[in-house]
Structure formats: structure tokens, C-alpha cells
Design a protein around this ligand. Structure first.
Ligand SMILES: [Zn+2]
Length: 510
């Protein structure tokens, strides 16, 4: 019997010698039309592959309004797993959720000068309520510092009121010129934490605590390795004292900023008059932070883990961790299906997110491809022969490796495999990042790296904005973070040759 890999099958589809293809489990395709539509190969056109996968896997869809996307149920479910896990991490560190208005009066937004300047080009405005022109325009929040600070100035009177540790899950609007699903859309979902503290030290430790939570979440749940560190002045949040970020390297060699944590110092508390009586009965402005991650994380996950067959979703955030495909042969509905249903119930009861694909309108082969494309980490196959042997077949989405497992051991083996997939995805991405991180000592070397293969470039930097701007002008690469580990051997600025104050990581970015 000829055995084809699924990748071979997709190529053969084009040649129309399709009916003769025998699938691995001995099933025939019923017709060409039944087979899932092709997605562009990732290696051929990364950008098209990305949008193909999003559409085919039904994560999101475009609307008639430019830059506005719909997150479809399968995509939204990934967001729900991101939300629930992060929310727990926030609450475990003392934060509580609240909700503030979508609209911000123009005068509020103008209070912090840098803030308004930074966001003005992207703000959507409401000027009318029904037919009536408003006395004051309302901004649709691009971020909520202004509205939240206006309330904090009412609520905070004494050191006894501090710290205030509030998070909001919300949508925000930024009128973007160039948009891409999940990565940059006019409206997106996110969480924004806004805290107030008694001292500069407390605000700084909160800033770093949340940065670390983001790093842990990205690595442990999304299986995406990230570098973290402070941003340069040019790259920091409008109105912040300092901004810290986590940055992930995408398979096209570009960096994606995946989360930010800002130390706002007293910039906003002075602008909004958030003052409190200190322990020694003086008046002091509060020390603030804000921090956020968005649905952009889904974009990162798609890019980092996907392959030519479609999505690969890390088990911890996967809407479905396993799918059961009964092998439909002969009187399978009387023989195989009841066994598959038993498996389904026991896995579901054990807390596995599982789906039993018992549709009889599709062949098992079609279903295999469909669920691979949708990135379900483990496929469980069960057929008449398996039942005779008291086994099922587990198939690993990353490499299609099969393991034959006694039904009695299924829970243990499945959990092990899910853990292994979670870990292997991270290791694979980490290896890619290591292979694509280089050290460059001159601007010319950096320009060549960015031109030829992109990736992360570690360099020395004197701290001057001019030198930073020269790199951007010549290569379009920017400082993603200032590395906290100063590397020996990198001691000169790559542009001016003066002593470097920091080791920085450059990359082209999304
Ligand atoms: Zn320099």
C-alpha cells in the first residue's frame, strides 16, 4: 500500500490524480471538492500564509470597514484562555478588575502634554450625540490613563488608600493607517492595568513585576520566548518616565512587541492632581504605572508556531486540546462510534478540551487535514482494529508522530503528550531565536544583517538619540530593548565609536 504524507497529498491535489490517493489510515477521499482549500506555503509568502491561515482556520474575518476585524468564535476562544490565565496572575498579585467609560473628554486627554501629542494622530472623535453637537468633543479611548486618572484624583486622599491596583479588560480604538489582523487593527481588545503607589520604588517594582508576569505568561502559556528590557527614549510610551517591553522574534526575522509595562512616575498624577497625605503628613503626588497586552498576542502565536499545514496552537491556550476522529468504515456507527463516545466523555470529564468529530459527511482523511489546519495539538484516532487491540492512536500535530496507546493509559499518555508539545513548541521557537541573534559592532555590519536575514542584533550604544536615529534611517531597525546584561566585548557605540553605556537589541519590527 502506498503511504503518502499529508504534505504530499496537498501537492497531488493540484495534479487531479486525487481519487487514487490512499491516506495513512487507509481511507479514500470522496471527492476533490471535499478537501480543504490550500493555504499559501509559509516559506513561499509569509505574509499571505498569515492571512490565509487566519481566514481558513476561522480565527477572524474582515469587515467592510477598513482595519476593523471580527474575531470569530475559534479565535475568540484563544483570547478567552489568554484572558483567564492572565487574569488569575493579576489577581494573585493583588489586582482587581474595574470598568471605565469608552469616551474621554478632550480636555482630559490634553492634560498630559506628551500623552496627547503621542496619541493625537490616532484618536477617533465623537462630536455629535444624535443631532446635537457636543459642547466638548469626546475621544474614543486609545488608552485609558486620562479617564482613570481623573477618577483616581477623587478616590485617593491618603497613603492608607494606596496602593491602588486596578486592571481593566476593554476595547480601545487607534485610527491606524496600515492594518493587519490581530497585529494592528483600528479597534482591538486588551487589558490595561493602572496602579498608584506611595513611592517611586514601589512604582518601579510594580512596573517590573508586571513585565515579569508578561514574560512568564508568554513563555509558559503561549510557548513564545521573549526578551525583556527597557525601551529607549524614542520608543517609550507617550507620557511615561520609562517603558519596559517584552519582544518576540517572528519567523520572518521581525520583532513583535508583545506587551509593555510603563513607569509613569508622577507625570500623570501632577497633570490630574492625584495627591495623597503621606505617613509623615505631607502632601505628595502618587507614583503610577500602567501596563497592557492585547489580542496581538494571538498574532504572535499564529506566526511563531504555525507551519505549511496551518495553525499550531500551544495546548495551554488551545480551544481544543484534542480531537477524536473515529475511523468510519463498515458499520462504524454501531461499533466504533460508541467507543469514541466513551472516550470523549471520559476525557471531557477529566478536564481535557476535546471534540468528537462524528460527522459522516466528511472522510477521516478530510478531518485529519481540517484539524491539523486548525492547529489542534493532538488527534486521537480510533478504528475497528484499534478497538480489537484495546488501543487508540495519538498523533502529534507538530511532527505527525503516532503513538499507539492502551485505552487504559490514555489519560496519562495524552497529558504527557500535551505537556511535551507545549515544551517542544517553546524549545523550537527558542532555538530559532538563538540561531537568529547575532552581535554586530558596526553600523555597516548591522545594515548587512538586517538586509540579508534580519533577526535580533546585539550592539553597543552610547545612549545618544542621534546615533539611534542614524541606525533607523539607514536600516529601518530600531532598539527593541536595552539589555540589562551588559555584554563584555561590546564596549563601543556601533555608530559613533564612543564608549557604550548599554548593550541594546536592534531589529526591524511589526
Ligand atoms: Zn553613539
Amino acid at each position: 500500500m502506498t503511504v503518502h504524507k499529508y504534505s504530499d497529498i496537498k501537492l497531488l491535489v493540484k495534479t487531479e490524480s486525487f481519487d487514487s490517493i490512499v491516506l495513512q489510515r487507509g481511507e479514500r477521499m470522496s471527492s476533490d471538492k471535499d478537501f480543504i482549500k490550500q493555504i499559501t506555503k509559509r516559506s513561499d509568502d509569509f505574509s499571505r500564509w498569515y492571512t490565509d491561515v487566519i481566514k481558513r482556520a476561522e480565527l477572524a474575518d474582515y469587515t467592510t470597514m477598513k482595519g476593523m476585524m471580527v474575531i470569530r468564535p475559534y479565535g475568540y476562544e484563544i483570547w478567552e484562555h489568554i484572558q483567564s490565565n492572565l487574569d488569575k496572575m493579576f489577581k494573585d498579585t493583588g489586582h482587581k478588575n474595574a470598568y471605565f467609560p469608552l469616551f474621554i473628554p478632550e480636555s482630559f486627554l490634553k492634560k498630559e502634554a506628551e500623552h496627547v501629542e503621542g496619541f493625537a494622530p490616532e484618536v477617533a472623535w465623537v462630536s455629535f450625540g444624535g443631532d446635537e453637537e457636543l459642547e466638548e468633543r469626546l475621544a474614543v479611548r486609545p488608552t485609558s490613563e486620562a479617564i482613570i486618572c481623573s477618577m483616581y484624583s477623587k478616590w485617593i486622599k491618603s497613603w492608607r488608600d494606596l496602593p491602588v491596583l486596578i486592571n481593566q479588560w476593554a476595547n480601545v480604538v487607534r485610527w491606524e493607517k496600515v492594518t493587519r489582523p490581530f497585529l494592528r487593527t483600528t479597534e482591538f481588545l486588551w487589558q490595561e492595568g493602572h496602579t498608584v503607589h506611595e513611592s517611586a520604588e514601589d512604582a518601579q517594582s510594580e512596573t517590573l513585576r508586571m513585565l515579569n508576569i508578561y514574560k512568564t505568561f508568554a513563555e509558559d502559556y503561549l510557548a513564545i520566548p521573549v526578551i525583556s528590557g527597557m525601551k529607549s527614549e524614542a520608543e517609550k510610551f507617550a507620557g511615561a518616565e520609562s517603558t519596559y517591553a517584552i519582544e518576540a522574534l517572528m519567523p520572518d526575522g521581525k520583532a513583535l512587541q508583545a506587551g509593555t509595562s510603563h513607569n509613569l512616575g508622577q507625570n500623570f498624577s501632577k497633570a490630574f492632581n492625584i495627591r495623597f497625605e503621606t505617613r509623615d503628613q505631607n502632601l505628595e503626588f502618587g507614583w503610577q504605572t500602567s501596563w497592557g497586552v492585547s489580542t496581538r498576542l494571538i498574532g504572535a502565536l499564529i506566526m511563531v508556531h504555525g507551519d505549511d499545514s496551518g495553525l499550531v496552537i500551544p495546548p495551554r491556550v488551545a480551544p481544543l486540546q484534542a480531537v477524536i476522529v473515529p475511523i468510519s468504515r463498515g458499520n462504524w456507527k454501531e461499533t466504533v462510534l460508541p467507543e469514541a463516545q466513551k472516550l470523549f466523555s471520559s476525557l471531557k470529564e477529566a478536564g481535557i478540551r476535546v471534540y468528537l468529530d462524528d460527522r459522516d459527511t466528511y472522510t477521516p482523511g478530510w478531518k485529519f487535514s481540517e484539524w491539523e489546519m486548525r492547529g489542534v495539538p493532538v488527534r486521537i484516532e480510533i478504528g475497528p482494529k484499534d478497538i480489537e487491540k484495546g488501543q487508540v492512536v495519538l498523533v502529534n500535530r507538530i511532527n505527525r508522530e503516532k503513538s499507539f496507546v492502551e485505552i487504559g493509559n490514555l489519560m496519562i499518555e495524552l497529558n504527557n503528550l500535551l505537556e511535551k508539545i507545549q515544551k517542544d513548541l517553546f524549545e523550537k521557537a527558542l532555538k530559532y531565536r538563538k540561531d537568529n541573534t547575532v552581535t554586530n559592532k558596526t553600523l555597516n555590519d548591522l545594515a548587512q544583517t538586517i538586509e540579508e536575514k534580519r533577526g535580533f542584533v546585539r550592539s553597543g550604544w552610547c545612549g545618544s538619540p542621534d546615533c539611534e536615529a542614524k541606525v533607523k534611517e539607514k536600516t529601518a531597525a530600531t532598539i527593541r530593548v536595552i539589555d540589562n546584561k551588559k555584554e563584555s566585548g561590546i564596549n563601543k557605540c556601533l555608530v559613533c565609536g564612543k564608549d557604550s553605556t548599554d548593550t541594546v537589541i536592534f531589529a526591524k519590527s511589526y
